[in-house]
Design a binder for this molecule. Structure first.
Ligand SMILES: C[S@@+](CC[C@H](N)C(=O)[O-])C[C@H]1O[C@@H](n2cnc3c(N)ncnc32)[C@H](O)[C@@H]1O
Length: 413
């Protein structure tokens, strides 16, 4: 191994749930527990400057940043749902105002006569196979709720309320809620599935307000700057002091389907790219060449010997990750640190050393590798695989550990 890895049990946070420091406001796949970021930022003595997360998801990195006193945070994610959740958690809002709006909305919805059908018709978004995923009664209630949410004049409050709306869309649809991919519940269960749309919404909203009030609001300052971007990362030369991120482990099709998880919500929220997201994420496009550079090249060529198609898919991911690292590298100030939390997934029984790839790529772009910690994954929901191989040099299984790769920028190459 070119870049040394230290097993560091401090970062296991064994048995600790995500919810311990900052409970999430919405389910999201493969979240990072903020405790890791808090600990690593403290270890590196980082407590100010501008922080970037180029794959911010539901914003765990920002929770870590706030905890150590960082004031300015930038995030990018192609998935609109991810950006919505991050905004909800890290925008300073008056909780009393949230409660006032909630009561107003309750009065309105529970006392209201039905909205006229042409208005409702207009509020129903372009959801592919709408009737396959929602009952007529649920569609009507979701559309009514959506109209009322759109009438909330304050953008920040509207966003905060849209988070439980999105969870309600998911929970009141015929999706199997325990899955990240879109699967419909059993045919025999369709008739008996009669969700209470408003009840679900208000119970989630209430709980979110409570979480926000107890965990986020006390830590947020009106002077916090949070700059969230619903797009792939765009570089700014020498702008960031620290990058803390947990990129995807691989392409969405064969690892975590962030887009599919969010499809129905994103469609109800009017995002026309909803069904295309997984193809837009890292590794989502088809490669025509095999990635052959550096340490990872050898492992991909082994996969290529077994199955070219898989080797091309894997190549697409590493092509994208390398390109992104190049952009991130030039955006970090001299002396700035990058912290990447990655997983070394197994494809065709070959473990891909993404930690080595990240360290090597940053070294190619003006950084020095400082250290890599190995931590045990205890609470992340990820696919894991365990199949024997007797090839030397290739470990079996794998998603049991994650790697915290830390590098420092030493020159502007
Ligand atoms: C492991 S998740 C991040 C989770 C996050 N740390 C959290 O705790 O919620 C990776 C994120 O990367 C996003 N993503 C994947 N490819 C991307 C790309 N090319 N540009 C921006 N975001 C991307 C996905 O949408 C997903 O939200």
């Amino acid at each position: 191994m070119k870049y040394k890895v230290f097993r560091n049990t401090k970062y296991d946070f064994a048995g600790e749930a995500y919810a311990k420091v900052y409970p999430n406001l919405h389910k999201y796949p493969a979240t990072m527990i903020p405790q890791i970021g808090i600990e690593v930022l403290k270890e590196l003595n980082i407590n100010n400057g501008i922080l970037l997360d180029p794959y911010c998801g539901s914003g765990s990195t920002f929770a870590s940043a706030i905890e150590v006193g960082i004031n300015e945070m930038w995030g990018f994610d192609i998935n609109p749902l991810a950006i919505l959740i991050s905004y909800g958690k890290f925008t300073k809002l008056n909780p009393e105002l949230l409660e006032t709006y909630m009561s107003k909305l309750q009065n309105l919805l529970y006392s209201k006569l039905e909205l006229n059908s042409s208005l409702l018709e207009k509020a129903i978004p372009k959801v592919s196979n709408l009737d396959y995923w929602f009952s007529p009664c649920v569609i009507k209630k979701l559309a009514t709720l959506k109209i009322e949410l759109e009438n909330i004049p304050d953008e920040n409050i509207r966003r905060f309320f849209t988070i439980p709306f999105s969870e309600t869309v998911r929970e009141c649809s015929f999706t199997r809620n325990s899955e990240f991919k879109l699967y419909r519940i059993d045919k025999n269960d369709l008739d008996s599935f009669r969700p209470d749309v408003y009840g679900t919404f208000f119970s989630k909203l209430k709980s979110n307000i409570l979480i926000y009030k107890s965990f986020y609001y006390p830590k947020l300052k009106y002077t916090n700057k949070i700059n969230l971007n619903n797009k792939a990362f765009e570089p700014i030369n020498s702008h960031y002091d620290v990058v803390l991120t947990s990129p995807p482990y691989g392409d969405s099709r064969t690892t975590v389907a962030y887009g599919q998880f969010s499809t129905l919500s994103n469609e109800w929220l009017g995002h026309s790219i909803a069904r295309k997201i997984d193809n837009l994420l890292m590794g989502g496009k088809k490669n025509i060449g095999i990635y052959s550079k550096g340490i990872i090249g050898h492992f991909i060529s082994e996969i290529n010997r077994i199955e070219k198609k898989r080797a091309l898919e894997v190549s697409s991911f590493y092509d994208d990750l390398e390109m992104s690292i190049r952009q991130v590298a030039k955006s970090v100030k001299l002396g700035g640190k990058v912290i990447y939390i990655v997983g070394n997934r197994t494809v065709k029984n070959i473990q891909l050393p993404t930690d080595q790839f990240v360290a090597e790529s940053f070294e190619n772009y003006g950084f020095k590798h400082l250290c890599t910690y190995e931590r045990l994954i205890s609470s992340k929901v990820m696919p894991s695989q365990n199949s024997p191989t007797n090839k030397t040099g290739f470990k079996v299984n794998t998603m049991l550990f994650e790697y915290i790769v830390i590098c420092e920028k030493i020159n502007n190459s």
